[in-house]
Write a protein that binds this ligand. Sequence first.
Ligand code: UD1
Ligand code: UDP
Length: 383
Amino acid sequence: MEKLRVMSVFGTRPEAIKMAPLVLELKQHPEIESICCVTAQHRQMLDTVMEVFHLRADCDLNIMAPRQTLSSITCKCLTGMDDVIAQKKPDLILVHGDTSTTFAGALSAFYHQVPVGHVEAGLRTYDRYSPFPEEMNRKMVGAIATLHFCPTENNRRNLARENITEGVFVTGNTVIDALKTTVRPDYRFSTPVLNELPYDSKKIVLVTCHRRENYGAPMKNIMLALKQLAQTYEDVELVYPVHLSPVVRETVQAYLAGTPRVHLIDPLSADEMHNLMARCYLVMTDSGGLQEEAPALGKPVLVLRRETERPEAVEAGTVKIAGVEQGEIVRLASELITSHSAYEAMAHAVNPYGDGQACRRIAQAILWHFGRCAEKPEDYRGV
Ligand code: UD1
Ligand code: UDP
């Protein structure tokens, strides 16, 4: 029997981190030919992930441009994918999450009548402009996909509300699979400042912020809140790996450069980031991925957004929505910095997003769908 040609398409840092363990898992199956196609919507931040997980792309569309627009990313992906699909003739295309690469990858597969498997399916805020454009991207991919790999039962219910009930599997999130390979107690950082941080004597707050809907006033408020926290608490040090987006870098530099106890550093590789998270005190972020990883490592998270599509950890008590107003962000962070009981109430390890078996379940679901294995995978049941 011919091998099943499964092509994974991804382009940004978070997609790569979450697809890496799946690409590696697919390679283990003799019935599958695993093809790895990167759009390189992110160039440097993608390449770093490829290096950490020892991945090699079979096709590279190399589309990134400085200050790229949503339309330019989508157009370049669509055009590039035409040739790749014609050449590689995949039986299934896997896309991940909700980026422009995800949407264009799925749309391109549809144009070529290749079925799509959506990894990290069913996340919703029900606000089409927040996160922007991700909420609409994932809805459109949900409409196109044949197979939907939901991290949680809650995600499955979201799809059911849109009458998507066929081909839906609850697998856990592949980010937990990735995290299990990167975090080590004896890890030595290759970024010098991370080895020098006073993890035992001070409270290390890990910060990231990059979302398009936070550009402008919300990001300014967030920066002012961070500055106030650093100036108020001498026992706190902020570590902020700054995203390579020029919009983000300019804002961060304008408000935080030179602030004592604020370390502005370049983006970290996934293994550096995961191990820093494992050792920090608190995470403040608008990132989706960090909201999933930090709870698994027992770290409280303040979400620098108005909403989240990841309510599971909020319900479990380890994540709070801090919003994008300076006063409220400072209030919630201060509580965690000054009150031992408030901190302890949030700092417990929970794994609502996975048990590290998501990639195995997804591979099995693909084989089952194509009649190559008898057993459907069991659902991930959550904490
Ligand atoms: C994208 C995704 C967002 C995801 C984020 C993860 C879309 C619409 N947005 O947003 O969902 O949360 O990635 O980080 O798909 N840049 C570099 N080098 C890099 C990466 C980016 O220089 O390695 C710069 C470029 O100037 C680029 C800009 O950052 O134009 C913005 O990148 P882009 O992918 O358009 O948007 P993100 O904000 O990164
Ligand atoms: N990450 C990383 N280095 C950094 C910042 C984030 O490796 O400097 C990782 C993080 O651990 C998570 C993923 O990148 O796995 C999240 O990506 P990002 O915040 O860019 O996107 P989002 O998850 O918001 O889509």
